[in-house]
Write a new protein. Structure first.
Length: 331
């Protein structure tokens, strides 16, 4: 009972430190250096929503492909569930997973054990796709940018560690099961009916079936998440071009994968607040880009996060299984 207040206080402390760091970085580069380019962009800043919307839509479907056709939500429900989960993940710490149970609201209750197992596998596929994109960023940085080789090597090692840990966690999930722990997390979001051992065993059984099932859909899921993250990566390039920065695709791509590396070490900080601002301005300097303009792009990304987070009640308001899903789950 004491852990929850302590965790809440830690979240507040992390958030406060992150906000303080953002303020420090803004003061350091100069508020005028940020505000003036923003005024020049004007309504065109809305274009920044496009890469994120496209990438998030692409990344919504691997989870659905892991589900049985009889309980799979309609395409619109799959996409809205992904936006809801991503919005919650950006606000809540817990390794970027706290919002994932919201996707289960688009499933019948009888299918939520299968849905939770699919989420566990989907997040592993997401991590693998992200690690491959980070590895690609390290290769691009080595071949086409002046980024110090030490940073390039650190990025490559981080990507390999991400892949290794993801495979190891999948192996541990098969050996030890995850139903009990994930059921505890799910119970906090969706109610006490998920507290029983029977539900945990159902999750573990579904997880075993998915991991030992056809490899083709697992590889398809990794590829889909890779494309999803690559589409979102265009956000940095588009943001810099909107600010009239003459930048090539290579340095913009390298900047865009920085948050992937940071998430390995700072996942407990909501949205990497403060950490991302500092790291990307440092990398910008190493890439011979204007740190103030790169910081402006990061702040624009924060605005995009806030925009979609404000829409979360709309996403969740549409969360309900279709009649066909209920019939399929009942059958």
């Amino acid at each position: 009972m004491r852990a929850r207040p302590r965790a809440s206080w830690l979240r507040l402390i992390f958030f406060a430190v992150g906000v303080a760091m953002v303020v420090i970085f803004v003061r350091r580069v100069g508020l005028r250096e940020i505000v003036t380019p923003l005024r020049n962009v004007g309504p065109r800043v809305l274009w920044l929503l496009v890469p994120y919307a496209i990438g998030t839509t692409i990344g919504a479907f691997p989870w659905a492909w892991l589900l049985s056709p009889r309980v799979r939500p309609r395409a619109l429900g799959v996409v809205l569930g992904r936006f809801a989960a991503s919005s919650a993940n950006s606000l809540l710490p817990f390794f970027g997973l706290a919002g994932e149970p919201s996707r289960l609201l688009w499933l019948p209750r009888s299918a939520r054990a299968e849905g939770l197992a699919a989420i566990v596998v989907d997040r592993a596929l997401y991590n693998a796709g992200s690690a491959l994109l980070l590895l690609g960023g390290a290769i691009v940085a080595f071949l086409a940018t002046p980024l110090p080789r030490l940073l390039v090597g650190a990025a490559a090692v981080t990507a390999i560690v991400m892949l290794t840990v993801t495979v190891a966690l999948c192996w541990m999930a098969l050996r030890l099961g995850v139903g009990r722990g994930t059921a505890t997390l799910l119970r906090r979001f969706l109610g006490e009916q998920y507290a029983g051992a029977e539900f945990g065993r159902a999750v573990d059984g579904a997880l075993l079936t998915l991991i030992r099932g056809p490899r083709a859909r697992l590889w398809l899921g990794v590829s889909c998440h890779f494309l999803s993250r690559a589409a979102i990566a265009l956000e940095v390039y588009l943001g810099l071009r909107l600010l009239h920065v003459s930048v090539g695709l290579a340095p913009a791509f390298v900047l865009s994968v920085v948050p992937i590396a940071l998430s390995v070490f700072f996942s407990s900080i909501p949205s990497l607040l403060g950490v991302q601002e500092g790291a990307q301005t440092l990398v910008a300097s190493a890439l011979l880009l204007n740190p103030a303009l790169v910081l402006t792009v990061v702040l624009l990304q924060r605005g995009r996060q806030l925009f979609f987070s404000l829409l979360m009640p709309v996403f969740l308001g549409s969360a309900r299984p279709s009649p066909a899903q209920r019939e399929g789950a009942g059958g």
